[in-house]
Design a protein around this ligand. Structure first.
Ligand SMILES: NC(=O)c1ccc[n+]([C@@H]2O[C@H](COP(=O)([O-])OP(=O)(O)OC[C@H]3O[C@@H](n4cnc5c(N)ncnc54)[C@H](OP(=O)(O)O)[C@@H]3O)[C@@H](O)[C@H]2O)c1
Length: 251
């Protein structure tokens, strides 16, 4: 199995799931540009990935008018651009460490979260598709949603992730005809900084999952590799739930 495309831009690549995917793709020989807002984090991630194929650049995905500028820069850096991983987001407890209750959010927090997770997430996918169509590229897009989309009470975070599953489905069906493969992953609780408020130890028991443990970022990265591989093309417009059985009874 090999990657279907090998010049990849990873949003949210400075930590967690995005970083693990960037490492997996570099290991497979792809050139990868990781981006997020924090330069120090990106630099550390690039050092950790430790590959001649890793590059980094700061970028805030809410700068919607700059998306295409970034894609052109990425294409220069990577000598082409034909794959996108959309892993940038704020977690539901990003502001105060609070949980999933829908009422448990201020209007200001709602705006910040939806600006990133909902508005910027949509325009990112749209601009990635437009960029590939304009340049005749049959590339890949992988959207990181969340199993929060399948859960009952998860406020604006869950709603934004459900939207990503919907866009993945409808745009995947529409642009598969152009050779653009759009898929998603909906992880369960994955041991990254996003859930640090309740995940302190990778070996901690986590009974919400049927497998009673947290998911490791490298496990999500392996699934990402499959979905963006030449074999993964038969899955198109689909979001794979990888949540250790959390929602097994409800799907
Ligand atoms: N961990 C879980 O349990 C879990 C479960 C389901 C889904 N997910 C999803 O998985 C994806 C990756 O999250 P993670 O768990 O790996 O957490 P993470 O380590 O916090 O990664 C999220 C990344 O998004 C970046 N980011 C946030 N806002 C941004 C913005 N405006 N512009 C650019 N980058 C931005 C952050 O970097 P900066 O702060 O440097 O910008 C960070 O590197 C997210 O979409 C998350 O919703 C995670």
């Amino acid at each position: 199995m090999k990657l279907r495309n090998d010049k990849i831009l990873v949003f949210g690549g400075g930590s967690g799931i995005g970083k693990a995917i960037a490492k997996r793709f570099c290991d497979a020989g792809a050139k990868v540009l990781i981006t997020s807002r924090n330069e120090e984090k990106l630099k550390n991630a690039a050092e950790e990935i430790n590959s001649k194929n890793i590059y980094y650049k700061t970028f805030d995905i809410t700068n919607i008018n700059e998306h295409i500028v970034l894609f052109n820069e990425a294409a220069e850096i990577l000598s082409g651009l034909n794959g996108f991983v959309n892993a940038a987001a704020l977690g539901t407890g990003a502001f105060t460490g609070r949980g999933y209750e829908p009422w448990d959010i201020t209007e200001e927090e709602w705006d910040t979260l939806t600006d990133i997770n909902f508005k910027a997430a949509f325009f990112l996918i749209r601009n990635e598709v437009d960029y590939m169509l304009a340049n005749g590229i049959g590339g890949n897009i992988l959207n990181i949603a969340s199993n929060a989309a399948c859960m009952d009470i998860v406020g604006s975070y869950g709603a934004s992730k459900e939207a990503i599953i919907k866009w993945t489905r409808s745009l995947g069906k529409r642009y598969g005809h152009n050779g653009i493969i759009i898929n998603g992953i909906a992880p369960g609780a994955t041991f990254t900084p996003m859930i640090a408020r309740y995940a302190h130890d990778i070996n901690q028991k986590y009974e919400r999952h049927a497998i009673e443990r947290f998911i490791r970022p490298d496990e999500i990265a392996e699934l990402a590799f499959y979905l963006m591989s030449d074999y993964g093309e038969i899955i198109c417009g689909h979001t794979v739930v990888a949540d250790g059985g959390d929602n097994a009874a409800t799907l």
